[in-house]
Each structure stands twice: as C-alpha cells, then as structure tokens.
Design a binder for this molecule. Structure first.
Ligand SMILES: [Zn+2]
Ligand SMILES: [Zn+2]
Length: 233
C-alpha cells in the first residue's frame, strides 16, 4: 500500500463519502439520485438551447453568425447536477468524473453523433496548476474511452488568462474569451470535432474554441456539455 492509497483509505474511514443528492453514506452520488436526472427534452435550439417547435435553430440564432455548428447538452440545470459539477470542479472531487461521464455516455447512446475526435475546452496553464486537473479533460477522456473515439488533449490551447465567466453578461462573456484559444499545430484538416465542457451558459467559450478549431481546419464542431441553464431566445 502506497502512502497515497493509505492516506485516501484513512480519509474515507474518517470522512466517508456521502451522496451529493440524498446524503447516503459510502458513495459520491447514489444510483437512485443519478437515475433521477432527466435528459433535456427535445426539440431545443442547437445554439442557445431554448425550446423550439421544430427544426434545429430558433429564429434569433438562425439569423446570427456562429462558428460552432451545434451545442448538445445532456440535462437542464437542477440542484443535484449543479452541486455535482461544483464539487467536481472546485472541491477536488474528481471521483465524480465517473458518474458524470456515465450520464454523457447514456445520453450519447440515445443520441449518437458522428465525430472523428474529442477535444476538451482547455484551461490556461496557470489555472491548471492552481486546480491540479482540467475537469473538461477528465470528462473528455472518460467519454473517449467508453466510445473508442480518440481524445486530443494538446491540440487546442488557451493562450489568454481570462477572468472567470461567472457573473458576466452575455456580451462581456463573448469579449472575455475572444481570441483566448488557438491551435498552434494545424492538425484538424477535414475533421469533425466533439468539443467537450462541463457547463454551457451562453455558449461564448464553445464559440471561441470553435473559431480556433475551424481556423486549424476542422470542418464541423459540435459542443457537448453536461448542463446548461434554460435561456430564452
Ligand atoms: Zn442519493
Ligand atoms: Zn437559439
């Protein structure tokens, strides 16, 4: 037994994991709570996620320019999914990657897509060092492994250290991440990319990533995220 596994063993003994949803001891999220998460009800606008009657985009999005071809989200925000993502992202609770990947996988099985590779939204190296891991990369790797689709971790990079998007208006979000991403090695010619992130709010980050991916030759970029708030057009 290494020091690390011994330490984790003792920590689990002293502070056993509890289900994020119901508090049940022994798991980070229990099967009952996980099974209660409902997938987003289609049809939704493929860009902003608002409910639409038919077709892929709402009127507003159909009449504006987008680099990203479509944004697919597994579920609407609920207290449970928000709490899971928060702990996964900010509380070092990387054990939640597995059930979260499981949700994405279950959704995929019902709505499969044709893509050549999976690319996570990258963190700036400074933030990566602060957090110790990129939550989007953990999701991308888990999903890639289950689907047998290659995950490219070093193609898309964050070249600008931006302030967090939380609390910014839609316009400020766009401005904040404009030009923040790049693909220094142009290795995506003709590729269809699945761009993975944990949360999509206005889609500004996915859009900025898509611009960089398409500059590098990608022909199609589909955003795939766990959750998003419901927005009107
Ligand atoms: Zn539970
Ligand atoms: Zn829309």
């Amino acid at each position: 037994m290494t020091w690390r596994t011994l330490r984790d063993f003792l920590l689990d003994l002293l502070f056993p994991p509890r289900c994020v949803g119901c508090g049940k001891v022994g798991v980070w999220v229990c099967q009952e709570c996980l099974g209660g998460i409902r997938f987003i009800e289609e049809p939704r606008c493929g860009i902003c996620g608002c409910p639409v009657d038919e077709g892929a985009l709402c009127e507003h999005c159909a009449n504006s320019q987008h680099s990203v071809d479509r944004i697919i989200t597994v579920t609407d925000f609920s207290d449970l999914i928000q709490e899971m993502i928060h702990r996964f992202k900010y509380n070092q609770c990387t054990a939640l990657a597995e059930p979260l990947v499981g949700l994405m996988f279950r959704y995929w099985v019902q709505h499969p897509l044709q893509v050549d590779c999976i690319i996570p939204v990258p963190l700036h190296p400074r933030r990566l060092q602060e957090r110790g891991y990129n939550q989007a990369a953990l999701l991308a790797e888990g999903l890639g492994e289950r689907l047998g689709i290659p995950v490219l971790l070093d193609v898309l990079v964050r070249i600008k250290y931006t302030k967090p998007q939380v609390g910014l208006t839609a316009e400020e979000r766009k401005e904040n991440v404009r030009g923040a991403f790049a693909c220094p090695h142009k290795t995506l010619i003709g590729k269809s990319v699945l761009l993975v992130d944990d949360v999509c709010t206005t889609g500004a980050t996915l859009e900025a990533c898509s611009v960089a991916l398409k500059t590098a030759g990608a022909t199609r970029v589909l955003g795939f995220t766990l959750a998003r708030p419901m927005l009107g057009p």
